[in-house]
Design a protein around this ligand. Sequence first.
Ligand SMILES: Cc1ncc(COP(=O)(O)O)c(C=O)c1O
Length: 451
Amino acid sequence: MSLPKSDLTKKADQRTAMDLGPVLPKTAEVRDGHLFIGGVDMVKLAHEQGTALYVFDEADLRDRMEQYRESFAELYPNSDVLYASKAFLNKEVLRIANEEGMCLDVSGGGELAMARAVGFPMERVFVHGNNKTERELREAIEAGVGRRVLDTRIELGRVSRIAGELGVTQKVLMRITPGVEADTHEYIKTGCEDSKFGFTMLGDFAFGCVGDVLAAPNVELTGFHCHIGSQIFALHSFREAVQVMVEFAARVKERYGLEIADLDMGGGLGIAYAADDAPSSIREFAECTAAAMKEYCAEYGVAEPRLLVEPGRSLVANAGVTLYTIGVMKTLPNIRKYVGVDGGMSDNIRTALYDANYEAVIANKAADPRTEIVTLCGKHCESGDAVVLDGSLQHPDLGDIVCVFGTGAYCYTMASTYNGQPRPAIVFVRNGAFRVVTRRETYEDLMARDI
Ligand SMILES: Cc1ncc(COP(=O)(O)O)c(C=O)c1O
């Protein structure tokens, strides 16, 4: 795979770090030409801790959790916000999510194990996933998770049997694909009809399956779930999804006599990856969802259920950055300028996977304007290994520290050890201090499982 051709007419935007607006973590500032986050000098931190390095602004992260919780609590009191742990997961973020009163969305046995390891209250955990193994289902039910989100009728049989063997009743939601086309990348669009996830509404299949779930022993159906996709800017997609789901709930009420207790509208709120991106705010998302719930519940004659949302990206993406050191450079006249950093697709696969777009600055030249167009390429054995394609950057020199913004979501959790690259450490910064919350992987770690 090679890179898309460079647009040689593109001009550098002359912005300095502080001109990058919505992509910056809340506490970003420039002091004496250096980028600071959480009161910590990113250049000094990179030199002390090594690069590549993931850095999280803890104040920003907590602030977004609070905004979600408070907005929903005010606008729709019967609600809960689940942190979608697939976006970014280590023990510290789980502890913070718990402290901040979040519920939790886990979708793999490993995610659940980590939640258990930090003592996350199991009744606040929702377990997702389209193909849970017998072991994963058993572990979740045994642990006493709050809800299992059923994805297929096959799984219903398994959950019902396992719950029976364990002598418990498992509360479940059914994941429905509402056929709403969200305005986002194909691969992260999940609620449309051609999807591997959930019970399809086509041919009224999902509706028929409600009867199967209600008839199954050892499970209690409390409501429905949908997730229409990720990185969504157009709030009307969420509104449409609420309408489809509430109408579905009304038909269920009429036919089966079930008044649902929970309606989980998934995650998906978009964030700014580029300085000119203008996503809706958390507050606007809450306003839209809460209003749609009230309006459609009244219209379709459904008692307002608990509203659940499952944000991931919009909680963590802009709180996180990645620091790299420039190791090599190469200019190909009339083709592009490559600036080589000490990471790449192993710590951030999103550019190769979705043509993601990031803003970057040189942390030791943060007050300077970005005067060049460069491709920040990684160190891996793939031509398509790039973190930023044709982005503006300050004039680069070998040894400069590059900071890429907006890398807090789906970078660490999708990281690999490709080419034997140990995964970066994770550092949280706050009030002028830092703490390493996940240490850097070592060569020994790379071999630890080999026999
Ligand atoms: C079921 C479910 N819930 C929540 C999320 C989180 O989405 P986002 O990070 O876009 O908020 C995802 C992401 O793919 C998901 O699949």
